[in-house]
Design a protein around this ligand. Structure first.
Ligand code: AMP
Length: 288
């Protein structure tokens, strides 16, 4: 395999100082591995826009709660490296936990209000783990651009705000959500679903579409009215347990009381032991 693999921070810094000395631009794609077609799309986008593409693969313990899937999260490293190579990445950074957290982390990067709702309300400390590890990766790699998927809309918004609030000289490039043919957003966690559970999963997007139609086509300004058709669909399938369905302001991520402009409809559901999230933009009248 010809793709570069670095396991330590000094190795990455050394390789990238050579790249920077040649005035070449660096694009970073942070991931937790178990790569699929959506990760591949992020890498391809970085490839098209940067001279040198770094993919990081790190299952970050700081962003998992005590009862979450940190230990069972898939780690198919050889397969991941092949995908990175095929997509044209130049360097894969695969640090160990000890490499990134040599000492117990004492200083964190944390968002104030953006993490209050949606996933933040159900995963205490999750976004603090994400912003802290992404800030570390940004400082290690110092990319011109970094690529994040809209599928994790709250994460994307918090990272965009982190870069703006902390004056980091990095452009955050949002990448649209990639889906399976039946609409299920691609996710490493989809592999946890049994065949029976997998059949229930496309209901999540169907429910979000039902809400977005209520806003865009029926012109509903009431949040309760907009949520009603989605709730009906989600509650119609006993395999699905709803965690949240919210209609929020797209930049501040706070629930709106009335739908007067663009909003994000976001939801999380459980099917068996698997948690799935998805989101859609909607605006009254329907023009985006
Ligand atoms: P993860 O490995 O799950 O942490 O994801 C790494 C990056 O890929 C994040 O920026 C995700 O938002 C992005 N990503 C994961 N799944 C999708 C998807 N279905 N569509 C677009 N981006 C995605």
């Amino acid at each position: 395999m010809s793709i570069g693999v670095a396991k330590t921070v000094p190795e990455v810094r050394q390789r990238l100082s050579e790249i920077r000395a040649k005035q070449r631009t660096i694009g970073l794609v942070p991931t937790m591995g178990a790569l699929h077609a959506a990760h591949a799309a992020l890498i391809q986008r970085a490839r098209a826009e940067s001279d040198f593409v770094v993919v990081s693969i790190f299952v970050n313990p700081l962003q998992f709660g005590p009862n979450e899937d940190y230990l069972r999260y898939p780690r198919p490293l050889e397969k991941d490296l092949n995908i990175c190579e095929r997509m044209g990445a130049d360097l894969v950074f695969v640090p160990s936990v000890e490499e990134l957290y040599a000492k117990a982390q004492e200083v964190f990067v944390d968002a104030a209000h953006l993490g209050n709702h949606l996933c933040g309300a159900f995963r205490p400390g999750h976004f603090r783990g994400v912003t802290t590890v992404v800030a570390k990766l940004f400082n290690i790699v110092q990319p011109e651009r970094a690529y994040f998927g809209e599928k994790d809309y709250q994460q994307l918004t918090i990272i965009q705000r982190m870069v703006s609030d902390l004056n980091l000289p990095i452009e955050i490039v949002p990448v649209p959500t990639l889906r399976e043919p039946d609409g299920l957003a691609m996710s490493s966690r989809n592999a946890y679903l049994t065949a029976e559970e997998r059949q229930a999963a496309p209901m999540l997007l169907r429910a979000l579409h039902a809400s977005s139609r209520a806003i865009e086509e029926a012109g509903s300004r009431s949040v309760a009215e907009a949520k009603a058709p989605a709730l009906r669909l989600l509650q119609s399938d006993p395999r699905i347990r709803l965690e949240y369905l919210e209609v929020v302001d797209p930049a501040e991520l706070q629930p709106v009381t009335e739908i007067t402009g663009e909003v994000r409809i976001a939801a999380a559901i459980w099917i068996g032991k698997t948690r799935l999230i998805d989101n859609l933009a909607a605006r009254p009248g329907g023009q985006h």
